[in-house]
Design a protein around this ligand. Structure first.
Ligand SMILES: Nc1ncnc2c1ncn2[C@@H]1O[C@H](COP(=O)(O)OP(=O)(O)OP(=O)(O)O)[C@@H](O)[C@H]1O
Ligand SMILES: [Mg+2]
Length: 315
């Protein structure tokens, strides 16, 4: 797995406290639960814990439990032996084995079905996994970090997450507040993303004008840092080569209060290839749903009236 470099930008008290916690928990293998709304930086935190730990040179594996169908989640987590089920032509190690000696991020952990949660609990207790269709256990030394954008405690009280599993995963909890509660991080994040996106295409553009900053500060950021990242990426594309600062007209309608463009009809293809047209329409709708939900796949799927799995397939 390719290691993405991670940065936790910002100097709000929250970010400073989070850095301190990251460095503290990185010293040991203590299990950490990272919680926060979508796009608040949970994966960034997980990667930073790994990178600052003694396991830094070992694998970091991330698995998104919400993106897996019930049928495959078990073999993805624990692996399977050859012939374990129809189509299992080869034996395959699961995430726990892949992350052996390293770190495993269980993303959206509350989405795991209860009977798999029971198996997961046993793996955490015994540090041994049994592949699907296997008859022996394998020892694994895998540090587990879990993440959730639901309130995990609430998931416990509504019987979505097993309480015993919750306490196993949440030895330490790192809570990332939404961006609207730490707006003092916005200027540093803007400068950071400008340096990432503008450096090669718009090298003159390295700061934000006061009017644009005011709009960004007034905005609620339901999609959190991920949304801000997208806004800056879009602004860099829209800025002209001689713009030296980010201006209000580089910002999307959500921030400026202008009307959003209407959905366009899919133009008729000359060959009337209905499959291709449907594919385009699906992509178009999925993109629009993601825009309206500020990148939340869970909510976008709900808006489209399809399963999350189906949305992932379209994307
Ligand atoms: N403090 C930060 N500094 C720099 N980049 C950040 C920060 N927080 C988040 N990001 C960036 O924002 C994007 C979203 O972050 P991340 O994937 O960690 O969010 P998440 O909480 O895991 O979201 P989700 O719940 O949707 O999976 C990433 O591109 C990440 O690099
Ligand atoms: Mg994530």
């Amino acid at each position: 797995m390719v290691m993405k470099t991670a940065h936790l930008v910002g100097d709000s008290p929250t970010i400073r406290r989070t850095w301190k916690l990251i460095l503290q928990v990185a010293q040991t293998d203590v299990r950490v639960l990272v919680t926060g709304e979508s796009g608040t930086g949970k994966e960034v935190v997980a990667r930073l814990i790994h990178c600052n730990s003694l396991r830094a040179s070992r694998p970091f594996v991330a698995i998104n439990c919400a993106a897996l169908t019930e049928g495959v989640v078990e073999s993805e987590l624990f692996g399977h032996e050859r012939g374990a089920f129809t189509g299992a032509l080869f034996a395959r190690p699961g995430c726990f084995e892949q992350a052996h000696t390293g770190t495993l991020l269980l993303d959206e952990v509350t989405e795991i079905r209860p009977h798999i949660q029971a198996k997961l609990l046993r793996v955490l207790q015994e540090s041994r996994v049994r592949r699907v269709g296997g008859s022996t256990d394998r020892e694994v030394d895998t540090r587990v970090i879990a993440a959730s954008n639901r309130n995990a405690k609430l998931a416990v009280s509504s019987d979505i997450l097993r309480e015993d599993l919750y306490y196993r995963l949440r030895v330490v909890e790192i809570e990332l507040p939404p961006l609207r509660e730490r707006k003092e991080d916005i200027p540093a994040l803007v400068v950071h993303f400008l340096s990432v996106f503008a450096r090669t295409v718009r090298p003159n553009l390295h700061h934000i004008g006061p009017a644009a900053l005011e709009l960004m500060t007034a905005y609620d950021w339901p999609g959190n840092v991920r949304e801000l990242e997208n806004v800056i990426m879009r602004a860099v594309v829209l800025a002209s080569p001689d713009d030296s600062e980010l201006l209000p007209h580089h910002l999307p309608p959500e921030l400026t209060g202008d009307e959003a463009p209407e959905l366009e009809m899919v133009p008729l293809e000359s060959n009337l290839d209905l499959t291709a047209a449907m594919r385009r329409l699906r992509k178009f709708y999925a993109a629009e749903a993601l825009r309206r939900t500020h990148g939340s796949k869970v909510e976008a799927a709900r808006l489209l009236g399809i399963s999350r799995r189906a949305l992932y397939d379209i994307l």
